[in-house]
Design a protein. Sequence first.
Length: 94
Amino acid sequence: MARPTKEMELRKETEATILKALKLNHTDEKYLRDQVDEYMKFYDNLARINAKLEKDLEIELLKEKRQITKEMRSILLFLGLKPEEQGAGTIEAL
């Protein structure tokens, strides 16, 4: 059996974190778990797009990436989970 890659481990950790947050919020209903499944599909699509963008910059892929991340944020908000803002409250040295 193949050893899980770093990306696979990160995916599992992300899904587990979302499911744990739902349980902590007492919102662990089947419909919401289905939304988590949908979120993870977007997660997988985003990973594929990022891999393609590393090889070749394509405007259409950038547009699709923006749309996917928008949908992912929307699902998190629907689940009552606010995504962390990158760099919020930090100041980088120039």
